[in-house]
Write a protein that binds this ligand. Sequence first.
Ligand code: F6R
Length: 261
Amino acid sequence: MEVIIQETANSGCLLGAKIIAKKIREKPDAVLGLATGRTPEKLYRELVRMHQEDGLDFSRVTTFNLDEYVGLPPENYQSYRYFMNKHLFRHVNIDIANTHVPAGNASDLHAECRDYEKRINDVGGIDIQLLGLGRNGHIGFNEPTGSLRSRTWIKILSQQTLEDNAAVFGDSDSIPKHAVTMGIGTIMEARQILLLAFGPAKVRAVVEMIEGPLAAICPGSALQEHPRSTLVLDELSSSGLQYLDHYRWIESNKLPWQRHD
Ligand code: F6R
């Protein structure tokens, strides 16, 4: 795992946007795996700026989002499809037909999950998958103790995730308790992983993900087995790590082509 510690969440998001933009410039028909939540909002804002000011071209890009709440139609303002349209898709020159978010309101959710996996395979897999990290270590909506080899499926959200989402939804009664999510097995097949985790609430999950054992109790720890993962942290989220000096040493001794900035 490549562990990069930035001073703030803001600089972490700018670096994350740079990594994704580089992928799009190298491969204009790149397939991006995307995440929602508070963490990547500034990253999307920066991609929009790069499109508007630097001509970053999304016309041949395809995207697959990690997850969607069960039961919410795309036009519901609490849905992840709505979030993506609002924060990214509407502001760049992407073909909306090439943007995929699981249909949480599909009449046959099992068929939707199988079809989502097929759609990812049909375009040749995901080039770079953006992830956030739950306070309990979840990636996508793969909650603790779920299989580290799971595929896209319907998952039950943990109580802690529901509490965290209440802050966003504002009304705990309206928060869906189920979601369709790419599985950890699906996520692990992405050719590159870019995970962002910022702020004091993520300290424990960051320690377990990076320095803990590979264990289903911390789904993010599965990334220890990924051949190409970059984890971007800030001073706060990285403050519990035991081997901080090691990560900083590696960062300051990278060869020019190993650097992202
Ligand atoms: C979102 C997702 C989740 C979030 C995680 C962190 O699509 O799959 O795993 O990335 O819950 O959420 P925030 O960024 O709101 O702290």
